[in-house]
Write a protein that binds this ligand. Structure first.
Ligand code: C2E
Ligand code: MG
Ligand code: MG
Ligand code: MG
Length: 283
């Protein structure tokens, strides 16, 4: 993160850095207005049961179509939203929007919503979640909050307290991108995660014949099973990857092979098709 780009920059000697800071300021100004201008929308990516391949959930993924900057990647605007704390109001909107959309789906289908550490440190996170649930009427057990290992860095007590409150509401908490961060088994003992999401890099590695990736997935699945946590393999793009994931006993799969992030409307259509007995087509 380029937090240091500010007053001490020697513009004459650092024209590239200066242009970068200027671009960032423009992006930040646009991000500040994005919600009010209706430039934000949610995409939903299916999560399927590894055995039946039926849709058991969706992950809500934020999209920003900026009038000034075009379609901006989450990899770019999420860190900016975190640095500026704009992620707090944006995240509140995301929660409500995703919960509202999920009320259109069959009752067994859950919605997973990504949350940043800044939102957990805000102090109001659990009530924001409770408000999203009551205002949309979504039952708490249908919502799963996704966090990455990074939220447990530094002083993790506030983050753990916020997540414990969310669990007390009846929601699930998933540990996202597992294995890529500063993995520590300590928080697996302290936090009752509903799901561990195995990062795409391990899935890719295992399919490419990398023995270490294979061993790590096997170990994560065994650990999750004995801790009573579910597992989701992220980023499955090929049949080969799916076959290995299934052999390793991973419970759920998410990836382009089963569906890309799509509009809420397309998610509903996908359901109507999948809900029909095989052999019948949607009207
Ligand atoms: P994530 O939570 O790990 O989400 C999964 C990312 O992997 C998504 O990227 C998704 O589009 C992508 N993906 C899914 N399946 C495949 C696949 O088969 N192949 C490949 N190559 N990629 C796949 P996306 O939508 O660009 O989001 C990137 C990250 O931005 C997310 O990673 C999450 O950390 C963050 N993010 C997205 N929406 C939100 C949000 O509403 N709030 C917060 N705080 N963060 C968000
Ligand atoms: Mg996620
Ligand atoms: Mg992930
Ligand atoms: Mg990620």
């Amino acid at each position: 993160r380029s937090k240091d780009v500010g007053g001490n920059v020697h513009c004459t000697y650092e024209p590239v850095l200066h242009a970068h800071a200027d671009e960032r300021r423009k992006l930040e100004a646009a991000l500040r207005r994005a919600l009010g201008r209706g430039e934000m929308r949610m995409a939903y990516q299916p999560v399927v049961d590894a055995g039946t391949e039926g849709v058991v959930g969706f992950e809500a993924l934020l999209r920003w179509d900026s009038a000034d900057h075009g379609s901006v990647s989450p990899a770019k605007f999420i860190p900016l939203a975190e640095d500026t704390r704009l992620i707090v109001p944006i995240g509140e909107w995301v929660l409500r929007e995703a919960c509202r959309e999920a009320t259109n789906w069959p009752a067994h289908v859950r919605i997973a919503v990504n949350v940043s550490g800044e939102q957990l440190h805000d102090g109001n996170f659990a009530s924001t979640v409770a408000n999203a649930l009551t205002s949309t009427g979504l039952p708490p057990h249908r919502l799963e909050i996704e966090v990455t290992e990074s939220v447990f860095l530094r002083d993790d007590a506030p983050a753990r307290a916020a997540l414990d409150q969310v669990i007390a509401l009846g929601c699930g908490v998933a540990l996202d991108d597992f294995g890529t961060g500063y993995s520590s088994l300590g928080y697996l003992r302290r936090m009752r995660f509903s799901t561990i999401k195995i990062d795409r890099s391990f899935v890719q590695g295992a399919a490419a014949g990398n023995r270490e990736s294979l061993a790590i997935i096997r170990a994560i699945v065994a650990m999750a099973d004995s801790l009573g946590m579910s597992t989701t393999a992220e980023g499955a793009e090929t049949e080969k990857e799916v076959e290995i994931i299934r052999q390793l006993g991973c419970r759920k799969i998410q990836g382009y092979l089963f569906g890309r992030p799509m509009t809420g409307r397309d998610a509903q259509v996908l359901f109507r098709e999948r809900a029909l007995p095989s052999g019948q087509s949607a009207a």
